[in-house]
Design a protein around this ligand. Structure first.
Ligand code: FES
Length: 251
């Protein structure tokens, strides 16, 4: 018999892989809350995120500097990747489950209050997400500039632990941004027959769409990996600025 999400029905226990269904939302609740609290501390209590040739991803590009502002400088940047991540299709699924139980998991009945209050905001957030994708790409260009800068020391080219952390962070953020569902839709979602040949050739955009689709399969992985890499990259630069740790030059 088909499963139903009606309350009071005896459901088989839904599973996430081999784990109980509640592991994923609980992980999201802890990881996402931790990241947001850390980000607020970083953005609201610090005015600079630069240590020599290393720049924290929270502070790049230096929009506040361009405007001649010297306090709460990360605020001018952080809202762009934050809105992009907050409106991400994948994260929305995750935090609806973790924070609002809407639903808690596949085939898990929702609380009664949600069954009488259907959610209608989805298409607005999807549109917002499409626009913020361009902001995310704008920020990403500067993060790659910072990666180049992170390998240039006063005595020339070099590699420090910080250089590698910022490099990995930029790679993971690039994977996250270009595995985006909205980007995949922009590349191919508006065509009637995407793989149809034009004069015996498949369109170039078809090849791009197939590559984006291959990345898109792992979008959830890119989402979490890039969130933790931003967290680690910023924390590393912050601890250097505070003098808690010293950068290690590998060569
Ligand atoms: Fe997740 Fe676009 S759907 S970044």
């Amino acid at each position: 018999m088909a499963q139903t999400s009606q309350p009071g029905v005896n459901h088989p226990k839904p599973r996430f892989g081999k784990m109980p269904y509640w592991v994923e939302p609980v992980f999201t609740l802890i990881a996402f809350s931790g990241f947001v609290i850390y980000a607020l501390w970083e953005v609201l209590f610090h005015n600079t995120g630069t240590y020599h040739n290393y720049v924290s991803p929270f502070f790049s590009p230096d929009i506040a500097g361009w405007l001649g502002v010297h306090i709460l400088t990360a605020l001018y940047v952080a809202w762009m990747p934050f809105v992009f991540r907050f409106s991400c299709y994948y994260y929305r699924k995750e935090y609806y489950r973790a924070f609002t139980f809407h639903p808690f998991g596949c085939a898990v009945p929702e609380p009664k209050s949600h069954q009488t209050r259907p959610y209608k905001g989805e298409w607005k957030i999807n549109n917002l997400h499409r626009y913020t994708w361009f902001l995310a790409v704008f920020v990403l260009i500067f993060l790659w500039k910072d990666v180049v800068q992170a390998f240039i020391f006063p005595n020339g080219f070099g590699v420090g632990v910080g250089s590698l952390i910022l490099l990995v962070n930029a790679i993971l953020l690039t994977g996250y941004t270009f595995s985006c569902h909205a980007w995949r839709n922009m590349i191919g979602g508006r065509k009637d027959c995407f793989s149809c040949t034009a004069h015996g050739k498949k369109p170039v955009s078809y090849g791009i769409w197939r590559r984006v689709s291959a990345l898109n399969v792992f979008h959830g992985w890119w989402a979490w990996a890039s969130m933790f890499s931003v967290w680690i990259a910023d924390l590393y630069v912050r601890l250097l600025i505070m003098g808690v740790i010293h950068d290690v030059r590998l060569f």
